[in-house]
Design a protein around this ligand. Structure first.
Ligand code: NAD
Ligand code: TYD
Length: 358
């Protein structure tokens, strides 16, 4: 393959750009930085969907490459072809319940896949790593589970408890090991739960929205007492942009919404918002709430202390939760075709396996 001579300032490979968060990051970078060439590298698993990036498909600085990050030859070929100046790495298996069903798929993509990308950076960037950057997008779940008080800071020791979080923690360690051992310029962020448009309806918020629309049971695990810190996905994309441009090499930044909700309270809020939007009687959707068997090893609480990124880089969330949730519901109501496409086939099979046993 001949290398492409680029007229752009830099070429950034974004992995997982057809997924939920990745598509928002790709969209932000393509639109905000016409001087950057953005190569979206995605295997298009069940979670990846080119409909997520349809609006930027025709931009001259955007390219899509279908590739599995575990395919070493293919990844090295892309490095040769595009001469990446930076990688923003989001590709991952991302759903805890699926990691309980099939842990090795998570070890493969999240650990081996990240290792293959890091190795490609090392091979193609050394000896001159100046002005190169490997940005690793990770999760707050690597820190484990909190009790009813306290927050995760950047210094909190890792204590992952699900196959998903253990695989992400392993990838975080690999990234830092490549920095220390090979001087690879890296930066990392660990973010709390995201919500917003294009979110695959296997995760709590889009699953509940979809089930409320279709008057299906709302499966709340255990007693619904578990707490998550929710962040508007577009605010996460802005945080990634900020850290990419202003973050210090070798450092990590926690990103969070300062917005903790018990699952059951969040589901009640969603029901209220949706009764109103769907012109249903107040209280109608709440009747769909069904308490089901708890998730194995269910982490009680995640809460991020995002002081570092706020004080050093000046980032903070832009949107109030109620406003973001209402916008998210509107997007799902206006994009039922998207939901129909992603919930056909494999999704139906997953849904039956996951919820029929509970
Ligand atoms: P997602 O599941 O919606 O998307 C993952 C994307 O990666 C999909 O497009 C999929 O096709 C692609 N992918 C999966 N395996 C691949 C492989 N082997 N090769 C190439 N592409 C592959 O995930 P998301 O929720 O957008 O999460 C993106 C990243 O952000 C992940 O690394 C995740 O750990 C992290 N994160 C997510 C959240 C959250 O709330 N969703 C919070 C913090 C961090
Ligand atoms: P999820 O969206 O899967 O994110 P994570 O587990 O990575 O935080 O789940 C968010 C919370 O919602 C978590 O405590 C599990 C709970 N949950 C339910 O109660 N019912 C469901 O059907 C799902 C998918 C999640």
């Amino acid at each position: 393959m001949e290398p492409i001579i680029s007229e752009f300032d830099k070429t950034i490979g974004i992995t997982g750009g057809a997924g939920f968060i990745g598509s928002h990051v790709v969209r932000l970078f393509v639109k905000k930085y016409p001087q950057y060439r953005i190569v979206n590298i995605d295997a298009l698993t069940y979670a990846g969907n080119l409909e997520n990036t349809k609006d930027i498909e025709s931009y001259p600085n955007y390219i899509f490459e279908r590739a599995d990050i575990c395919d070493e030859e293919k990844i090295n070929g892309l490095f040769t072809r595009y001469g990446f100046n930076a990688i923003i790495h989001l590709a991952a298996e991302s759903h805890v319940d699926r990691s309980i069903m099939d842990p090795l798929a998570f070890v493969k993509t999240n650990v081996l896949g990240t290792g293959i990308l890091l190795n490609a950076c090392r091979r193609h960037w050394q000896p001159d790593v100046a002005n190169k950057l490997f940005y690793h997008v990770s999760t707050d779940e690597v820190y484990g589970s909190l009790g009813t008080t306290g927050f995760f800071t950047e210094e909190t020791p890792y204590d992952p408890r699900s196959p998903y979080s253990a695989s992400k923690a392993s990838s975080d360690h690999l990234v830092m090991a490549y920095h220390h051992t090979y001087r690879l310029p890296v930066v990392m962020s660990n973010c709390s739960n995201n919500y917003g448009s294009h979110h695959f309806p296997e995760k709590l918020i889009p699953l509940m929205i979809n089930n409320i629309i279709n008057r299906k049971p709302l499966p709340v695990y255990g007693k619904g007492e578990n707490v998550r810190d929710w962040l508007w996905v577009e605010d996460h994309a802005i945080a990634i942009d900020t850290i990419f441009h202003k973050g210090k090499v070798g450092e990590k930044y926690n990103v969070g919404g300062f917005n903790e909700w018990k699952n059951i309270d969040l589901v009640y809020l969603l029901c209220r918002i949706m009764d109103q939007k769907l012109n249903r009687t107040v209280g109608e959707s709440e009747k769909l709430i069904t308490f089901v068997k708890d998730r194995a090893g269910h982490d009680l609480r995640y809460a991020i202390d995002a002081t570092k990124i706020n004080q050093i880089l000046g980032w903070k969330p832009s949107l109030q939760f109620e406003e973001g949730l209402a916008k998210t519901v509107d997007w799902y109501l206006e994009n039922q075709e998207w939901v129909n496409h992603v919930t056909s086939g494999q999704y139906q099979q997953y849904y039956t396996e996951q919820y029929n046993k509970r």
